[in-house]
Design a protein around this ligand. Sequence first.
Ligand code: SF4
Ligand code: SF4
Length: 184
Amino acid sequence: MASNKSLLKTVFFSEILQGLRLTIKHLFKGKVITQQYPHTKPNLPDGWRGAIVHLRYDDGTEKCVGCALCEAACPSHCITVISAERPDLPQKRIAETYILDMTKCVFCGFCVQACPVTALAASKEYELATTDKRKLVMTKDTMLTLGDKYFPVREKRPVYSDAKINLYEKLKAQNFPHVKKGEA
Ligand code: SF4
Ligand code: SF4
């Protein structure tokens, strides 16, 4: 009996007719439900994961400390970090070179979660189509510019005390000996 029913449905194209009925119903309603992209931009949710960007502190300094944890966390191996000491704050490091190859990125957000100083964020930048894939290899400067665009509200930069910098200099002069807790 069931097979007879499905045979009749197939012969009379009932699913197609149901679909057409729905289309015609909306056709004469006069209400446009198709988004007229690119003239109308979609209203993306806050959790949207578009291009990965770099963030700055309120004084304009970049947050990244060049630790390369994002590189280790990336399942697509699309991040390359080369770190160096910051000339003005030898206690701190920066990413001297930071490259993110967007052609390999799967927008999983693992790099954002791995970053210990929240230097990365997923932006709402989604219009990435290009005929030149070299444009999708993003440098730190490109990522900082996108970060400035999508995250204008910045976190306050933490204050580094002189005591900590002096301790760093002292340990550096001693070639970073093993220090037991409470000895420094
Ligand atoms: S979003 Fe995922 S794939 Fe893309 S750079 Fe980050 S960790 Fe790698
Ligand atoms: S973005 Fe974050 S995780 Fe990646 S190198 Fe910079 S500080 Fe480390």
